[in-house]
Design a protein around this ligand. Sequence first.
Ligand code: GLN
Length: 252
Amino acid sequence: MGEYVLNIAHMYPDLLNLYGDRGNVLALLRRAQGRGIEVNVRAYSIGDSISEKDVDLVFIGGGQDSEQNIMKDDLIKEKGPIIKQMIEDGVVFLCVCGGYQMLGKYYETYDNKRIQCLGALDYYTKGAQVRFIQDTIYEYDGILKDGKPLTVIGFENHSGRTILGDGVQPLFKVVKGAGNNGQDGFEGATYKNVFCTYSHGSFLPKNPKITDMLLEKALSRKYGESFKLLPLDSEFETIAAKEALKYVQKST
Ligand code: GLN
């Protein structure tokens, strides 16, 4: 066993995995292994029990309304109390789109069918007929580069409009895209070490600084505040981000 071990819980990968959301888990794996960290990725789906002691970082991807409907009971009734406890204890979470919506209070689909959600975080989502589908650009002031907020590249595809309550903070400021609801100029939500975004699939592969932030938070929580990630080459991620940015800017 290596000196440092990171245990990633991939929640409902058989149901919530739109637009290659699994790529986010691969990015975490690659950038941790690149520093000699041992990584275990374990899938947890309906009927699997989860225990906080086995988990350092949780990933929940996006899904269609129908898939959200299938996993909601397991999430709320079976895993819910443990997930809520993990959130309060500061376990690191990355939740994308449908996974983001499922941690809130409820998601009402565009045809008014209410999907009850976990209610761990203070927001709700209401669907609309017109989906938000586009490449996106955000600013993140949790990481500064030359004193300026980090530019983050994403891709969104959702019917849901999410309205945040006072108990959470927006994650990003929208530069291009619809974000949470197409109205207030914000994207995603954060609370303690939970990071929620509408950005799918190649989100972490294009944003290595966010990947590293999540890894460092998870590992310093486990091994102490003095834990620091070793430097790691980001050549391909940087090229991917630059190309994506060029592409997004061209399409405006
Ligand atoms: N079904 C949800 C919506 O349409 C989530 C979609 C997703 O995860 N891409 O808003």
